[in-house]
Each structure stands twice: as structure tokens, then as C-alpha cells.
Design a protein around this ligand. Sequence first.
Ligand SMILES: [Zn+2]
Length: 492
Amino acid sequence: MTEYEPVIGLEVHAQLITNSKMFCSCPADYQSAPPNTHVCPVCLGLPGTLPVINSEAIKKIILTGLALNCSIAEQTKFDRKSYPYPDLMKGYQISQFDLPICYDGHLDIDVDGEARRIGIERIHMEEDVAKLFHRTEAGSGEGYALVDVNRAGVPLMEMVGRPDIRSAEEARQYLVAYRSILQYIGVSTGSMEEGSFRCDANVSIRPKGVLEYGTKVEVKNMNSFRAVFHAIEFEIERQSKVLNEGGRIVQETRGWVEAKGETISLRSKEKANDYRFFPEPDLPPLIVKQSWVAEIAELLPELPIERRVRFEDELGLSPYDAGQVTASPRLADYYESVIQHYIEINGPSGTIAKSAANWTITELGRLSNDGQIPVEDSPLKAEYLAELIGLIDQKIIGTSQAKIAAESMFTTGKSAKITVEELGLAQITDSSAIGDAVREVIEANPSAVADYMAGKETAAKFFVGQVMKVTKGKANPTIVSELIIEQLEAKK
Ligand SMILES: [Zn+2]
């Protein structure tokens, strides 16, 4: 069987965060408003109206281009993309054809420790379209669609990546990295679930070693990072199977069906629409002054990769930990705030960077998944996590007690001290109380005592386990071990 190499390129649409729409003064916030209330003659495409370019959107796409190492065009323009579909009020979409604002950039990612540079062909500006809601008539079973125009005209940025991606995992990492950059620079919410961040994938395969590209298939309808990964995996396997069985790949658009875990054919690309692009006659060419680009460049904040490297260098985090805590800017802020609060309460520490990372990634990560709420939005404030880690370090509570406390704090938002007190989680460090428990356990298990006397070292561990059970896990384990050995040795 021939071994194939996948060739993947992603096209990603991201809505920009602006107050108003791309070409009119309607509010761009389309989710919270009742349907068809954020509309005006311009975004309805009524005759006699004229679009006006939203400069805030242009500023944000330039900021994105700079963060992705793109060149910024000095002269650019808008074009009409014509196609008949009920989500297009005007019968055309204002987009950019041959002169995108940003071009020739790249995004560096790290896949399993290997650095990969993925080229970016272009990032251009366009407007979002209306939203269709497909319904079925209860009686007749007939289908119909409702149109909400609120979304029409919302600034939409399309990034077209070069076909440099070679696996589904690379595609996922690249998408995560791109989303992370958009969030760091504050231009988009990047939510795939809410539809403010959408991705299509062009997937083809070719025999290993061959330079010529295979026939590509466009995959749509992927609503999560997981879906992108699985849809690409599926498509690579499907295409390999077709070729291995002597068939040929049809150039087409396929849709990912989440419930079935497969892609299905939507339409043949050979009958693709002719969009009849031509320069938008209602908008003048856009001249981007280099002095303005320089001003925008000044606004670039610390990017995810820079923050990751800083966490590795300054805090000594491993590349994995640093990557995890910098996944979103707000999570990274949360993590840094935990360290800051810890130092304020307990003074400098050589271990807080690592333990704060462990708690944020592992324990809070699990609670965050279970509760479907980001760590940084949970009621558990950074200062209380710092307090909790402090209590462990001062040996007031053990790690397993701390986990119980964290789980409670994650929903109640109470402080660590109050939670530990209310749940009675403080460690027993009183030697006489622990000594009593040790005596009790030794008396109850004469055969284990005999084992110990016969030189079986595991017997001591057995006693530790029993004492922890009797004290409900609250006894200080170091003191428990010491007292067990002391009392057993005294019996010799
Ligand atoms: Zn409008």
C-alpha cells in the first residue's frame, strides 16, 4: 500500500470586536438583541444607501496582521462578491479579492516538541452575513427558514493559511495558537461554539515524496477544535482508502457530521459558483499610511509565545506547563496573580511557580471541565488559591484535604481558611492525639506487628494507612510514620 502525506490548509473566519458594524453605525452586538432590531437601510442593502468603512475594524485587522508577521498593504480596496443566497440581503457581500490588507505572514507552532512554521497567505476584511434558522412546520412537516439580519454587516476577518500543515494534530495546534493570539491582542472573542470563530479545512493527500498536490476537498461545519481534528483525521483516511482501492478523489465540498463522526458530500466544486468579483463602486480605495501602521504596532501586547518563554525563563516552568497556563491571556493573568498573592501572604518562595501551575492546570483544570466554566471565571479567586497553597506549605492541611477544599471553593467562592475550618480539614499535628490512634491500630493488628518483627518493612506502611483511615486522612503523615516506628521499636 502507498504511504500518503496529508496536505492541509485552513481558512479561518473571526468576527472582530467593534461597537458598530463594518459599513454602518448599527451596533455590532447581534447575539443579545431581539431578531432584526440591529438593522438599518445600509446593512439591509436598500437602494440609495452608501457604506462607510469602520476604521476600528481596520485597526484590528492590521494589529492581527502584525502579530502574524504579515506585510501590511499600503493600498488596498474592497470588492463585491456576488452569490444568490437568502443570508445575503444585498445579493452580494463586500469582501476583498486581489488586494488583501495583510499578506505573507507566518505562525510558529510547536507540535510534540518540533517547531513548525505555517505560512499565512493573506488576511482580508469582509462583512458577516445574516443568520438563517431552519425550521419545520409542525402540521405539514414542511421546511422553512427564518432570517435574522442582526449579524449581517458584522466585521469579519478571513485568514487564509498556506497548505503547510501535515497532520490533524498540527491543524488543531495551529488553530489553537491563532485563536490564542486573537484573544491576547483583544480583537476577537474566538468562540467556536458561539460562531465568532469558524474554520474550513482544505484537505488533500499525495504519495510520500511526491511534490505535486493531490485533488483537494473542502471540509465545513466543524464547530469545535475537537471537530476540526476528527474531521481532518477522517478525511485523510477516507481519501487514502479511495486511492488505495484505485479510485480518484472528487473535488468537492464536504460537511462534518458530528453525530456520525464522518464527512458527507455537500456539493461538487466543479459546479462552483462564479462569484463575479469586481471593485466595490461605493467605496474608495483604502490607503493605509505607514505612520498609522507604526502607531498600531506600538499597541501590540506581549504575545502568547513571548509570555510562554518568559514563564520558562523567569519562573522555571517546563515548556508544557508554560504552554498550558498561557493558553488564554486571562488564564495567564490568573496564574500570575496566584503567585503574586502567595508572595504577599507568605513571602518569596522557590516552589510557588511550579505548585501554582500544577494546581491551575491539573486540579482546577479538572474542576473547570466538570463544571464547564473557565478557571479564571470560576468563583475560586486567585488570592484564595494562593492562600490554599500557603496552608499546604505550612503543613496546616495535606494535599488530599486541599483537593477537597478546592472542589468546594470552586463553587462556593469562599476563602481557603474559612473552607478548611468549615469542612474540618485541618491536619492533626498534635503528637499525643496521633499517638493514641497509633496505639489503637497496633493493638488491633497483632499479625501485622508480627510481620514487622520478622523484618517485613511493608508492615510499617500498612500501619500508616490504617492510622490515616482512623483519623480520616487528617493526621500529619510525617508524624504518623515517626510514631509508628517509635512504638513498634519499643515493643522489640
Ligand atoms: Zn446597519
